[in-house]
Each structure stands twice: as C-alpha cells, then as structure tokens.
Ligand binder design. Structure first.
Ligand SMILES: Cc1cc2nc3c(=O)[nH]c(=O)nc-3n(C[C@H](O)[C@H](O)[C@H](O)COP(=O)(O)OP(=O)(O)OC[C@H]3O[C@@H](n4cnc5c(N)ncnc54)[C@H](O)[C@@H]3O)c2cc1C
Length: 433
C-alpha cells in the first residue's frame, strides 16, 4: 500500500512535535512516524509506581528560547525553580557553592584573591556578548579570563552544568557562554516531568488532524522520479511525501538516506560528535539528609540534584526523586560497572544510607544528551533546515545554529515548519501563475 502525504515528520520528540504544531495551522496532510512504542523521544517520562522518572535530569531554561515557543503554541509549563546554590565538592571536601551573593562571600572555597577573581569573572560573564567568542574554544576562553585553579575548575563545572558537554578543549566558547548566561537566569523542574509538554503537543497535533504512527521505523529514504520522496517502513510499506522533515540524530539520518541523496552538508552531519553521559535515576521513600538538594563535583564530572525538592514528581509528597549524573568525555572508554559504582559512591557521600530507602532506581550507562557537541564554525553549516536536497528538511537538538538541548530541538522544529510553509506558498504561487 502506498500513501501520499504533504509532510512526513520522522521522529516524535520535541523537535518533531513542535514542527507539527506549527504546520497544523496549514491545511496540509501531515504524518509523524516514530520508531518507539510511545512518543516523546528523550523528553519522555516514565511513570514507575507513583513516581515520574524523566530520562535523566531535565531542567528547562527560564530565559531560554524553548519556553516562549512552547507558550506561543499554548503549552502550559508548570514547575518550580530550584534555589541557587548547594554543595560543591573539591578534592573530596564539601563547600558551599558560590552561586548566590551571600554564598559568594561566605563560602570557604576561596582565598581572598580567588574570591575577587571569581566575582570579576561573574561580572564578565554577565556583560560579555557570546557572538564575540565564535572563534574560540571554551577552554581558550577560560584560560584568558581565569588564572587560579579553582576559578578555572568552577568555570568548567558551570560549563558542564549548562551544556552537559565535558570537552572544553573541543566545544565552542560562544555556545557554552551563551548557555551559562541562560542557566544564570534559572531553570524549571517540571511537575509531572517533561512528558507533560509532549502530552500537550501530541493532543494538539491529533486534534488538528495530524496522524501519528508509533512503532514504525523508517528504514530508507530516497527520491522518486516524480520529485517526491519515498520512505521504506519497518512494516514493509512504502509511503510518499512531498516534504520530509527528519528529526532523528545526524548519524541515523545518514543511515536512512539513500546514496542518491547527495547534498553539501551530508558529510558534515556524519562528523558530528554526540554529547553523552550516564544517569542514575532514583526514587526514595525519603531523603536521609533532607536539606541536601544539589551538588556538583569540581574535580570529577559529577552532578546530583533532587528534582522533587521543587517539582511534583511523585504522588506521595514524602518521596524523593533524584538524579545522579556523570558527564562523559567524547574520547572516554565507558565501563558500565565502574561508572555505576562511581555514581552510587557519589550518592553515598551526599545521602548516606540512601540504599535502605530505595523504591526504584534506573541506571543508564551511556545516553545521548545532545546529538551534537557544539564546535567552532558549526553555525555556518546550520543556518537553514533545508538540506540542499529538495523537500528534505532537518530539525533536532543538533540542527540549530546557536542552541543545543531542548532549546535547539524546539527552535529548529519551529524554523523547519516556517521554512516548509514558505516553500509551499512559493510553489502554490508559481503554480497559479
Ligand atoms: C539524560 C538527559 C538529560 C537532559 N537534560 C536536559 C536538560 O536539562 N535541559 C534540556 O534542555 N535538555 C536536556 N536534555 C536534552 C533533551 O532531552 C533533548 O535535547 C530533546 O529532548 C531532543 O529532542 P529531539 O526531538 O531533537 O530528539 P529526540 O527526542 O531524540 O527525538 C527523535 C525521535 O526520532 C525517533 N527516531 C529515530 N530514528 C528513527 C527512525 N529511523 N524512524 C522513526 N523514528 C526514529 C526517536 O525514537 C526519537 O523519538 C537531556 C537529555 C538527556 C538524555
């Protein structure tokens, strides 16, 4: 059976659903194909007993680009912002994190000179224009602005926190600094998890007449002689689209595209390095140490946060949902057992005796957080969602020139929808002349 669609969206994550919701305003017939049993991609939330587990720690930037786009689409975002601060662990010793003005002056992390240097760096971060850092790596920028060891490691820690990337020698200073500035504007932990966003986007799409087909893997994409694009599906069907928007990762995209689909960026897509990490997601009956809600290690790439300290993530308010996370370096060999042990030991240090309160836990040793480690010059190749192959568009957290993570996914989804709409209008106009 062959079906014809105006637009086929491959991938039912944030990018795919945001694009679908903008495209819903047209009278084009639209299909979303998702290989997973359920939709949501990496923004999905699993309900385990009474607890809502995001796929690792998820926080939405309050001052990011995603929030206004979601609001423009009528999506309600309910959640709370964690307080600034918490614990910083430097060489196994705990300190007050110097993120709020009071903590900055009281923490014993610094000597006087380092404290002055940190304040100067924070002012620099607030006033700097990230566009001016387009030709530098984050490490180069850190070496320029910081002198003491502790201020440098604090900047690397902030960089990891804001981007999930743990490769300062490779990542773009522009994207990292711009993400840190966004993070300084605060984040939101969402009540009910990130699936609440996907749920609303999905229902709006369905109400607008968009078809969603989960459990369908797109095996191959190739052009037809009638200027359409043919998709081979895992259930044996072939379907045709005038436009195809691909929101999978760049390597998955490359695997799907037939050799006949040549375009200039294709090689660039295959060279992208994913940003990866390990996550230990834990639900506890209660926290052994109630006040310990956030910590980061400055010497090791480790993160801990109790998201239920702010967001409603369990039907029992006594329960705690927390995430312990390790940022992987792209060249690192990952040993699952060692990594799990490392995360559990980190949690032991922060919440001694946590094991006796466990309701459920999930460990994922190597998960892709963002499909592209942002590097110098990437933005030049990602100005448009058009691929150079007629009718084939891209979106996803790797496809936005200046943003990564959910901001990148959501911005690129909107941009792709706008470019498809414009192109359709041009085609209609040309046909009517
Ligand atoms: C541990 C972790 C922590 C994170 N924390 C944050 C955070 O704090 N803040 C933040 O902003 N972002 C965070 N993110 C990133 C955020 O979740 C992603 O950037 C965002 O969800 C990506 O959306 P997307 O639509 O681009 O991709 P995805 O969600 O990956 O969607 C792509 C979809 O395409 C489907 N697909 C792939 N190949 C095919 C095929 N051949 N056929 C059919 N379907 C296919 C996939 O199944 C998937 O559902 C985090 C991610 C992880 C993993």
């Amino acid at each position: 059976m062959t079906q014809n669609w105006d637009i086929i969206i491959v991938g039912g994550g944030l990018a795919g659903y945001v694009a679908a919701n903008y495209l819903a305003k047209t009278n084009l017939n639209i299909l979303i194909l998702e290989k997973g049993k359920s939709v949501g991609g990496r923004a999905r939330t699993k309900k385990v007993n009474q607890q809502y587990f995001n796929l690792g720690p998820h926080a939405l930037y309050r001052k990011g680009k995603a929030k206004p786009i979601l609001e423009e689409l009528g999506i309600h975002i309910c959640g709370k912002s964690p307080k600034l601060g918490g614990i910083l662990i430097e060489n196994n010793i705990e300190y007050v994190a110097p993120f709020s003005p009071l903590q900055l002056f009281t923490t014993r992390l610094f000597h006087t000179k380092e404290r002055r240097e940190w304040i100067a760096v924070l002012f620099k971060l607030m006033s700097i224009k990230p566009e001016n850092l387009a030709q530098q790596t984050y490490q180069q920028w850190v070496m320029q602005v910081a002198h003491s060891k502790i201020v440098k490691s604090l900047l690397y820690t902030l960089g990891r926190l804001a981007t999930y990337c743990h490769a300062p020698e490779k990542m773009s200073a522009k994207v990292t600094v711009s993400s840190i500035k966004k993070a300084m504007g605060g984040v939101l932990y969402l009540d009910g998890g990130w699936m609440t966003m996907i749920g609303q986007l999905h229902h709006r799409a369905i109400r607008s007449g968009i078809h969603v087909q989960p459990h369908t893997f797109v095996k191959n994409i190739e052009p037809t002689q009638q200027n359409q694009i043919k998709l081979d599906l895992s259930d044996g069907r072939e379907i045709l689209g005038k436009n195809v928007l691909c929101t999978t990762g760049p390597h998955e995209l490359n695997d799907m595209l037939s050799k006949k689909m040549a375009f200039p960026q294709r090689n660039f897509f295959t060279q992208m390095i994913p940003v990866r990490g390990a996550t230990l997601d834990v639900a506890l009956k209660q926290l052994p140490k109630q006040k310990r809600l956030f910590a980061m290690d400055t010497t090791k790439p480790l993160y801990y946060s109790v998201h239920s300290g702010y967001a409603r993530l369990s039907e029992d308010p006594m329960n705690a949902i927390l995430h312990v996370f390790k940022y992987h370096h792209p060249d690192e060999h990952i040993d699952s057992t060692i990594t799990k042990n490392e995360l559990e030991l980190f949690l032991d240090k922060l919440q001694p005796g946590w094991q006796q309160y466990v309701i459920s836990k999930r460990f994922i040793p190597n998960i892709t957080v963002n499909q592209r480690l942002p590097q110098i010059g990437n933005e030049r190749m990602l100005q448009s969602s058009k691929t150079g192959f007629p009718g084939l568009y891209i979106a996803g957290d790797w496809a936005s020139p200046d943003s990564i993570l959910a901001d990148g996914a959501i911005c690129s989804g909107k941009q792709a929808a706008e470019e498809i709409i414009l192109n359709e209008k041009r085609k209609n106009h040309a046909n009517n002349e």
